[in-house]
Write a protein that binds this ligand. Structure first.
Ligand SMILES: [Zn+2]
Length: 112
């Protein structure tokens, strides 16, 4: 990687690179990368937009769509409670995770 490429990466900042983020929105799905608090297992969760995302009908909120999901990994029975809130463009405006932690895609792919 040349000097200019490195400079460019630096200017983009640490959180703007997709690989540094824990939530990736594709055309038909939302990917969430997380880690179990209990056993440390790393998980990549694929949530289908068509079936998992619900519309917020109340109208007053600062989000328009949301996902509530109980996540259970393969290594233990820890139940992680995930909630994501999106605006009308599927951009995440709020996120919560109980009993687990959000990790970046990089961290997930770096292996166990
Ligand atoms: Zn676990």
């Amino acid at each position: 990687m040349g000097f200019l490429a490195r400079l460019f990466n630096k200017l983009k900042g640490p959180s703007s690179s997709p690989a540094e983020q824990s939530i990736h929105v594709t055309k038909d799905a939302v990917w969430v990368y997380l880690k179990c608090d209990r056993c440390g297992e790393k998980l990549a969760l694929r949530l289908r937009k068509s079936s998992e995302i619900q519309r917020e009908e109340a109208g007053k909120q600062d989000y328009q769509m949301f996902i509530n999901k109980t996540v259970i990994g393969n290594e233990c029975f820890n139940r992680m409670q995930l909630r994501l809130e999106f605006d009308g463009m599927y951009r995440v405006v709020n996120k919560w995770l109980q009993n687990g932690a959000f990790i970046s895609k990089n961290e997930y792919e770096s292996g166990a």
